[in-house]
Design a binder for this molecule. Structure first.
Ligand SMILES: NC(=O)NCCC(=O)O
Ligand SMILES: [Zn+2]
Length: 484
């Protein structure tokens, strides 16, 4: 069975051109004019783009005494509805748990996925077992990225010595470390101080995590990565201080990547001042939403290329779960949803406003992360042989975002009431037509795990440079006798 997407304009990270796209066996089979197939999808007036890749999701994640409420079924359904055809989730070992056990647990959860997925492995503790299993994870299990939390003291946080050890191991294995960069020690002290002063509402969550906390940790993570000789990817970059650290590092030749979230780009700190406790608590995530100065910095970073990808960090909790933190903001589960809205919100606030070109939109929603994760051009591209993960984007289609019509399992939406213009007409997951004009035709279990090879080029270049510049003993002849 072959499918042809006909009459649209192909938009990739580099090119815009008129062509039909033919699909066979889940792959792009031909690109050109006048193609035909068993099934035709009319793309007149639409842009035919690589499906989105969300670099950062937390589906059914055990966190803060509960589990995030979207699982791989509802989460990937939401992803496809919004034009995202691949998600990258996190396998999260509990303290002392084997990385391989955690991975098996995640494979058990993901069997219901509607679109393709991959994982980052989290480093939540350190020891010889973790050191050894990292090699298996990279060489045998198809995972080349490891996430480190500098925040969540007493839970997921790792210290600098553990991070340095893990980064060096990543360098040896051809893996890329990811970092949640917030100074967990300072946050813990600020939280205690705010609570002691009676400041226990959701707004205190934002007060306890000022931009300096993030800027300091981002810079520290980048410097540690540089000393370890490995590139580094900073997740959910939310402020100018963190962006500045990434920008400066890149100007100095350091391979550091930054990832703003669609939430931070389009929602600001005034959400926490809302008199409705539920409204504010539903928006509690780390880092918190910031002011316009920070938002402008993030948009500028996407335009200038100093920030690479737009993610969601989709970690959705119901209102009931958020209420665990009534009377103590530190117990509000951290996280917000966004999978279904990432692409329409970015198109509306990025492309429709002239802040991003269509090609830049494709780069930051798909192609850049495919390259960073070493899965390009299987993903993130429309090329003959690429997976047919494709979104046919209708720039004239509009809607108002509402939790009543969303795919996510939770009872609200942080973008509630926002009007978007630019939505998928069709979404194809490895050739399977999964969304047709808002109608959901996803197939549970269709999604497959995407194994990713270790990095060759960047890690080789960095280790070569490290070797050339490593400390060397100076060999001297005629050393004078000791003066003692
Ligand atoms: N970001 C957030 O608040 N929740 C998800 C877990 C994490 O990545 O920090
Ligand atoms: Zn995080």
């Amino acid at each position: 069975m072959s499918t042809v997407i006909k009459g649209g304009t192909v938009v990739t990270a580099d090119l815009t051109y008129e062509a039909d796209v033919a699909i066979e066996n889940g792959r792009v089979a031909a690109i050109g004019k006048g193609l035909s197939g068993d099934e035709t999808l009319d793309a007149t007036g639409c842009y035919v783009m690589p499906g989105g890749i969300d670099p950062h999701t937390h589906l059914e994640m055990p966190f803060m005494g509960t589990y995030s409420s979207d699982d791989f079924e509802s989460g990937t359904r939401a992803a496809l509805a919004g034009g995202t055809t691949m998600v990258v989730d996190f396998a999260l070992p509990s303290p002392d748990q084997s990385l391989l056990d955690a991975l098996s647990m995640w494979h058990n959860k993901s069997g219901r996925a509607n679109c393709d997925y991959s994982y980052h492995m989290a480093i939540t503790w350190w020891g010889e077992q973790v050191f050894n299993e990292m090699e298996t994870v990279v060489r045998e299990k198809g995972i080349n990225t490891f996430k480190h939390f500098m925040a969540y003291k007493g839970a997921l946080m790792v210290d600098d010595d553990e991070m340095f050890a893990s980064f060096q191991r990543c360098a040896e294995l051809g893996a890329l470390p990811l970092v949640h960069a917030e100074n967990g020690d300072v946050v813990a002290q600020l939280q205690a101080k705010l609570l002691a002063e009676g400041n226990n509402g959701p707004e205190a969550h934002a007060y306890s995590r000022p931009a300096e906390v993030e800027g300091e940790a981002t810079n520290r993570a980048i410097m540690i990565a540089d000393m370890a000789g490995v590139p580094v990817y900073i997740v959910h970059t939310s402020c100018e201080q963190a962006h500045e650290a990434i920008r400066r590092a890149r100007q100095n030749g350091i391979r550091a990547y930054g990832e703003p979230l669609i939430q931070h780009l389009t929602l600001d700190e005034s959400e926490y001042a809302n008199p409705d406790w539920d409204h504010a608590a539903r928006r509690v995530m780390s880092p918190p939403f910031r002011n316009k100065k920070h938002q402008d910095s993030l948009w500028a970073g996407l335009q200038a290329g100093s920030l690479s990808c737009v993610a969601t960090d989709h970690c959705a909790f119901t209102t009931e779960q958020k209420r665990y933190g009534v009377g103590d903001f530190t117990r509000i589960p951290n996280g917000t949803g966004g999978l279904e809205d990432r692409m329409p919100m970015l198109w509306t606030h990025g492309v429709n406003t002239g802040r991003l070109t269509m090609n830049e939109f494709v780069a930051v929603t798909s192609t850049n992360i495919a390259k960073i994760l070493n899965t390009y051009p299987r993903k993130g591209a429309i090329l003959v042989g690429s997976d047919a993960d494709i979104v046919v984007w209708d720039p004239s289609k509009e809607k108002t975002i509402s939790s009543k019509t969303q795919q996510s399992a939770i009872d609200y939406n942080v973008f509630e009431g926002k009007h978007v213009k630019g939505l998928p007409r069709y979404v194809l997951s490895r050739g399977l037509v999964s969304i047709v004009d808002g109608e959901v035709k996803t197939r549970e279990g269709h999604g497959e795990f995407v194994a990713r090879e270790p990095f060759q080029a960047v890690n080789k270049a960095l280790s070569t440079w490290k070797e050339i510049t490593s400390p060397r003993k100076v060999e001297r002849s005629g050393i004078p006798a000791s003066g003692v």
